[in-house]
Design a protein around this ligand. Structure first.
Ligand SMILES: [Zn+2]
Length: 194
């Protein structure tokens, strides 16, 4: 961000009075632009113990498989955003139970929060949207583990297939740290009791 969205004057990065973090400040119209984490919301669409995955047609990780997910829009809830992304990326309609929240990932290194909801496919008329090259259902033994786009997706899938064996799906929250050497550490922070 270089210029003020209000008056187009050049912005200065400094710590405003009473604050403790550098912000983009406009000294012409006294506006402060706060940058906060973005929410990414998605579903784990299920049919017959199989999971629907999308092959990415866009960067990053083009050609890799992912769960349908994307940035939340203003004016929508996290769950509705996840259902919307599922329709946009996989052409899939889903229904959700009242215990749909499944995994939450804090990614402070890249200023994002990911949320995945368990969902049932309403029918099998799914169809790739423009962001997907292909959409398909995978049983556990068919999951292309070496071709999964993002660690948060891999972690969600691993927990799902473990939980499926006990038919219990507790809510888990993780902290994910990206190291300077490109390593990624995922740590369980919270686990619901049911
Ligand atoms: Zn300004």
């Amino acid at each position: 961000m270089k210029f003020c969205h209000q008056c187009a004057a050049p912005l200065i990065v400094r710590i405003p009075e009473g604050d403790d973090k550098p912000r983009h400040c406009c000294d012409d119209c006294d506006t402060i632009f706060y940058q906060n984490p973005k929410n990414v919301v998605g579903t784990l669409p299920i049919h017959d113990n199989k999971v629907l995955l999308c092959k990415r047609a866009i960067q990053p990780r083009i050609g890799k498989w992912t769960l349908p997910a994307g940035f939340m829009e203003n004016g929508e809830s996290s769950l509705h955003g996840a259902i919307r992304e599922t329709k946009e990326e996989a052409g899939a309609l889903v229904t959700v139970a009242d215990n749909s929240l499944y995994t939450l990932f804090n990614l402070p290194t890249i200023n994002q929060v990911y949320m995945f909801f368990r969902a049932e496919l309403t029918d099998l008329n799914f169809d790739p949207g423009i962001e997907s090259e292909e959409v398909a259902l995978f049983a556990e033994e068919e999951i292309p583990w070496s071709e999964i786009a993002f660690p948060v997706v891999r972690s969600t899938l691993e927990h799902y297939f473990k939980d499926l064996k006990h038919s219990r799906f507790p809510v888990r929250m993780f902290d994910v740290h990206h190291g300077e050497d490109r390593s990624i550490t995922t740590r369980l922070i919270s686990l619901s009791s049911s």
